[in-house]
Design a protein around this ligand. Structure first.
Ligand code: FES
Ligand code: FES
Length: 189
């Protein structure tokens, strides 16, 4: 049978058999970022997002994603331009063997979209379905909290790309031009 879906923002048609899981089909088509751990829905290594929700793809029948939007780790960032959550995992050395990390990151992106400023407890609860055999979770939780902070900083800009607004007064924050010859700051005093 054929399954039509949006895969990382691109309309795709993939071949599948009725008994395939979403993970089977993803990995057969080269999307090997989602890992096969337990294959029974217990470890979370295979987590991807379906219509924005984190889903364990090993127990998700592929027939149920007909017409859905599926996001995998391959659609997040690139080697040269990591997604802030990926960057935070690197910055916090929140990985060892790395096998659980794609699933952890996909679940973390879903959490931060729903709750951009989670508490440590909320991060721990959100990630409680995803197991890690190596790290002890401490650095993973630190990475997600760090990502939340970085993403918050990154979105605190005017929608026209202008300078950051001072959230207390609603006025434009003071900026300085580093050039001395353009005169762009004249009249700002
Ligand atoms: S491989 Fe899917 S939950 Fe373990
Ligand atoms: S880093 Fe090895 S299982 Fe998580």
């Amino acid at each position: 049978m054929e399954i039509e879906l949006e895969l990382n923002g691109v309309e795709r048609t993939v071949e599948a058999s009725k008994s395939d899981s979403l993970l089977d089909v993803l990995r057969r088509n080269g999307y090997t970022g989602a890992k096969r751990g337990c294959d029974t829905g217990a470890c979370g290594f295979c987590t991807v997002r379906v219509d924005g929700e984190p889903v364990k793809s090993c127990v998700k029948p592929v027939t149920t994603v007909q017409g859905a939007a599926v996001e995998t780790i391959e659609g997040l960032g690139t080697q040269d331009d990591l997604h802030p959550v990926q960057q935070a995992f690197v910055d916090n050395t929140a990985l060892q063997c790395g096998f659980c990390i794609p699933g952890m990151i996909m679940r973390s992106t879903a959490l931060l979209e729903e709750n951009p400023a989670p508490t440590e407890q909320e991060v721990r609860e959100a990630l409680s379905d995803n197991l890690c055999r190596c790290t002890g979770y401490k650095k993973i939780v630190a990475a997600v909290l760090d990502a939340a902070e970085q993403m918050d900083d990154g979105t605190a800009v005017a929608t026209d790309g202008g300078p950051t607004l001072n959230s207390d007064s609603g006025t434009t924050a003071e900026i300085e031009c580093l050039r001395t010859d353009c005169g762009c700051m004249e009249g700002d005093q």
